[in-house]
Design a protein around this ligand. Structure first.
Ligand SMILES: *[C@@H]1O[C@H](CO)[C@@H](O)[C@H](O)[C@H]1NC(C)=O
Ligand SMILES: *[C@@H]1O[C@H](CO)[C@@H](O)[C@H](O)[C@H]1NC(C)=O
Length: 359
């Protein structure tokens, strides 16, 4: 997302855009950094540990300890490289892939774009098939970084209808032109341009997905059977950082960083309406067989080394992909890190069905 609308200078938060409590506190840190693709595979160590293959394909970024199951407590100990700009971040981040469905029923994977250039950060513009990751410490009070072994899931791949309470958890923006055209508000902040489902019309600059994770933790469990109930949204519900500040419920009193993923798909080569279904529906499907977009979900396995993330969350005024003593690497080094594909199937040709999906 383009933050020039909100930030006059990289390190200076626009006073106008700041909620009152944030002006008082004056301590926003927003790590915004790219992670290039580490592998595309049909694995899900969080929801389907040990399944080779898992039910649907994912695009995975982060450390090279990613595997069909990840039972180790400290993920960073099992990784030797990462595709993320912060070189101490061996976490894994993954989401579903997006496909275009042609009139003849064949599917083609939609390529992803790098992020808009912000905060003099070149790395994230070159992530190609990667994910832009945010960790924001915008809540009042102490932010406690995740602990080794922590993991969580947001969203529900079986959902096909909007959940009004989750309007700000998961949204899409239809870019109105090249170069992230129409990027004029924080993610999921503008109900006129952000939709809960996939955009219904062709998007001239591609489609962006933003997913906000819960910001409150029970303080005890690193995971839970549904991978969700150990975390919670503030009592006021999901929000982006411009309107954060709600109280954590008493069951989940520990404030954790606001984690957000941003993925941009270059749908422009599929924008000819003559290729779209004759019934007027939109032709983009997630790898789990959803063309509504309401089932969008994202997975997180924490893997920062030592207290590297806590250092970032305790810093004040860090914006973008640089922060005080946090170590970074070049995009070339990041792209040398990869994980070998376990499930051998075609990801880029025309496919007669979505891998794993009987349709
Ligand atoms: C993944 O797990 C398998 C089986 O436990 C192991 O042999 C392999 O080395 C692991 N791969 C990575 C990249 O850790
Ligand atoms: C289906 O349509 C696409 C797009 O027109 C084309 O590239 C592909 O070869 C077709 N596949 C089959 C099996 O006919």
């Amino acid at each position: 997302m383009l933050w020039t609308t909100f930030f006059a200078l990289p390190a200076a938060v626009s006073a106008l855009a700041m909620p009152h409590w944030m002006k008082r506190q004056g301590s926003l840190t927003m790590l915004r950094f790219g992670c290039a693709q580490v592998v595309i595979d049909r694995l899900d160590p969080l929801v389907n540990p040990g399944s080779i293959p898992s039910p649907h394909v994912h695009q995975i970024v982060g450390g090279n300890a990613f595997n069909a199951s990840m039972t180790q407590g400290d993920v960073s100990a099992g990784a030797s490289c990462t595709t993320c700009a912060f070189s101490d971040d061996f976490s894994n981040y993954w989401t579903a892939n997006l496909y275009f469905k042609a009139r003849n029923g064949s599917y083609k994977r939609v390529k992803q774009l790098g992020a808009a250039r912000q905060f003099n950060d070149d790395f994230s513009t070159k992530i190609g098939g990667g994910v832009l990751v945010y960790y924001v410490s915008a809540q009042p009070g102490k932010i406690t970084a995740f602990k080794p072994g922590f993991r969580m899931l947001v969203g529900d791949p079986t959902r096909r209808t909007p959940d009004p309470a989750m309007k700000r958890q998961n949204c899409y923006r239809c870019y109105t032109g090249p170069n992230f055209g129409g990027d004029t508000a924080a993610p999921c902040a503008d109900s006129k341009i952000d939709t809960q489902g996939l955009p219904k019309e062709p998007c001239k600059g591609g489609i962006r997905s933003n997913i906000h994770f819960p910001t409150c933790w029970d303080g005890k469990n690193l995971d839970s059977p549904d991978h969700k109930s150990h975390v919670a949204y503030p009592t006021s519900g999901p929000a982006n950082f411009l309107s954060l500040g709600g109280n954590c419920p008493s069951t989940h009193p520990v404030r954790i960083p606001q984690l957000m993923y941003e993925v941009v798909w270059d749908t422009t080569e599929f924008n000819n309406k003559a290729d779209w279904p004759t019934d007027g529906s939109q032709p983009f499907y997630f790898s789990y067989g959803d063309n509504t977009g309401y089932g969008q979900h994202a997975d997180y396995v924490f893997g920062w080394k030592g207290n590297a993330l806590q250092v970032g969350m305790d810093a004040t005024g860090c914006m973008g992909a640089k922060c005080k003593d946090m170590k970074t690497q070049s995009i070339d080094a990041a792209k040398r890190c990869s994980v070998k594909t376990r499930v051998n199937e075609d990801h880029d040709g025309w496919l007669d069905k979505l891998p794993g999906m009987e349709m």
